[in-house]
Design a binder for this molecule. Structure first.
Ligand code: HEM
Ligand SMILES: [Cu+2]
Length: 555
């Protein structure tokens, strides 16, 4: 028996038009940020090829202003907007019930205000502090306030999701939460706990410090709080994409998920293993080497749910391919519906993610990390993960979601297909350049095109690949925006009543241990206990904070 991952699969999707519109605006806000982000990305890639085009960007003062725009717009505004919109949609479909319109509007407005404040601070040259905003670099207070509003928008979205799940549970006592709603809620529970570090950092320290209420700040404490959130944030970028890979792509290729339980366990593992951000601080002083080693080990454990994902999703794809006549050990993979742009973009994103995962394991290895820390190896790695696995999946999702939002056909399928391939081939060349450059010691976050010393061996070729690949990515991204623009304004009207969702071959267990998977409170307690065990001593050493740094406002 096959069990759909949503409640009442055959009933019409109970999402009011107004709610669909707010969700679509949220997602479009994210894509607009991506548009601004990649314009700066092009200049950064060419910078590594030794070409300085920044000077032609109107109003841009420094390399770091552009790099801050790129980081903040791409991995804070885009990702948060997409998650807020998309996961609201999947929750509503999972439960087949409307959300709270007031909360949807509040989350959108909070995100909009936050984005405008942060963008205003950066683009006026008052916050060239990069998306990591390490103290003692100091930004204008409007930047931190903007970040606070953006995080609050995710909390409002959480509230909306949790209220919907709670209401559904009251109406369905004793029933398992539909899988699509479960993984949606899990994503936001996870994020609510994970975001506490950066919330304390921004609201407790950086905002009062930038306003002059606190005369100084404690940079080591700020960094530690930042990375408490800064590691799990990558899963907040990724989990909405996992929702699509698990619960939608199998349907789009005609397959089925194998195990309901396996998917729930994967999401709960991400929820519980939050506190491993110290692996971003392997070279920081004041943290014991033993703890760093233990964290390296825990990091390898968190690779497990990603491996489980790889196997589950691959299996679901294989089921789909074989149902449609695919054969062979590997040949079935090529029999998937590669001509569907939504599927192709996400399959390519998955392939990119394999390389991203491997390079991530290298980053996480304590000793190798010392070699590549702060080299271009790192952006080489994460353009395969967030820059491709996530961003290209967003594009693939957009290829069904924008038609659904607008009730229009996708404008040109061939054009959309070409878009994904160009972006993907581009990122392979680009990341190869940055990774090899990093191994040759090429630093990240550096205006290489302005250096006045001879380039060490390996940097030149690496830079050329970065420039060529990055330009292709830029073209791919520009084509995406063109496709979306044409779909929204010039495509044919059509009726798309529902969104894609899959089914599972093994249904959710009605009794036994698996039922406990839905009792979120156990897993929340487990997550908090682990956080306290690992971060308690580290943060404890910074209490009371050592307010030593008056800061450095570079504007
Ligand atoms: C046209 C596509 C893109 C190009 C050409 C591009 C290029 C680059 C380059 C060359 C860097 C390194 C700059 C440096 O270290 O000095 C960089 C950094 C970065 N990119 Fe991209 N990128 C693109 C798309 C994306 C996307 C889609 C994301 C995420 C969704 C992303 C996220 C980031 C982040 C977080 C950084 C680090 C910023 C920092 O160090 O503060 N990029 N990008
Ligand atoms: Cu990390």
């Amino acid at each position: 028996m096959r069990t759909p991952v949503v409640d009442r699969p055959d009933a019409p999707f109970a999402l009011p038009n107004l709610q669909r519109r707010i969700i679509s605006l949220t997602v479009y806000l994210g894509f607009s940020a991506l548009g601004v982000g990649v314009i700066n990305g092009l200049a950064q890639a060419l910078n590594y090829a030794g070409i300085d085009i920044f000077r032609y960007y109107p109003g841009l003062r420094t390399y770091y202003e552009g790099l801050t725009v790129h980081g903040v717009f791409n991995v804070i505004i885009l990702t948060f907007a997409f998650a807020n919109g998309f996961v609201s949609l999947t929750t509503a479909r999972g439960l087949n019930r409307p959300l709270n319109t007031g909360l949807l509007v509040a989350a959108f407005v909070s995100l909009l205000i936050g984005s405008l404040l942060a963008a205003g601070a950066i683009l006026s040259g008052h916050a060239s502090v990069l998306y990591t905003f390490y103290a003692p670099l100091q930004a204008h207070w409007t930047f931190y306030l903007g970040l606070a509003f953006i995080v609050v928008s995710t909390w409002i979205t959480s509230l909306n999701i949790f209220l919907a799940v709670a209401a559904w549970r009251r109406e369905h006592p004793g029933q398992r939460i539909p899988l699509l709603a479960f993984i949606s809620a899990c994503t936001y529970i996870f994020w609510d706990i994970a975001s506490l570090g950066v919330a304390v950092e921004v609201v407790g320290f950086l905002l009062p410090w930038s306003l002059g209420i606190l005369p100084a700040t404690d940079p080591m404490l700020d960094r530690t709080l930042f990375w408490f959130t800064g590691h799990p944030i990558v899963y907040f970028w990724l989990l909405p994409v996992y929702i699509s890979w698990y619960a939608m792509i199998p349907r789009q290729v005609g397959g089925s998920l194998f195990s309901d339980t396996a998917v729930r366990i994967v999401f709960l593992m991400f929820l519980v293993i939050i506190p491993i951000g110290l692996h971003h601080q392997f070279v920081d002083p004041g943290i014991s080497p033993k703890l760093k080693f233990a964290i390296a080990f825990l990091t390898f454990i968190v690779f497990l749910p990603s491996l489980l994902t790889a196997f589950s999703v691959m299996y679901a794809l294989e089921i789909g391919s074989r149902r449609n006549g695919g054969t062979g050990v590997i040949a079935w993979f090529f029999h998937l519906p590669w001509s569907d742009p939504s599927v192709a973009a996400q399959l390519l994103a998955m392939l990119g993610f394999m390389l991203g995962g491997i390079t991530g394991l290298m980053n996480a290895s304590y000793t190798i990390n010392l070699e590549i820390h702060n080299t271009t190896f790192v952006p080489g790695h994460f353009h395969l993960t967030v820059g491709t696995a996530v961003a290209l999946s967003y594009m693939g999702i957009a290829y069904w979601m924008v038609p659904y939002f607008e009730q229009k056909d996708l404008w040109n399928r061939k054009f959309a297909l070409a878009q994904s391939w160009i972006y993907f081939i581009g990122v392979l060349i680009f990341a190869r350049g940055l990774i090899s450059g990093g191994l040759a010691g090429m630093p990240r976050r550096t205006a290489i095109s302005l250096i006045d010393y001879p380039k060490p061996p390996g940097w030149f070729e690496a830079g050329i690949m970065t420039g060529v690949g990055g330009s292709m990515m830029f073209i791919g991204a520009a084509m995406f925006f063109f496709e979306i623009f044409m779909t929204t304004f010039f495509s044919r009207r059509t009726e798309i009543p529902d969104i894609p969702f899959t089914d599972t071959i093994e249904p959710p267990a009605a009794a036994g241990f698996a039922v406990n998977l839905d009792r979120f409170r156990y897993w929340i307690v487990a997550a908090i206990v682990l956080c306290v065990i690992i971060y308690g001593p580290v943060i404890g050493r910074h209490i009371p904070p050592n307010f030593i740094s008056p800061g450095n406002a570079n504007y």
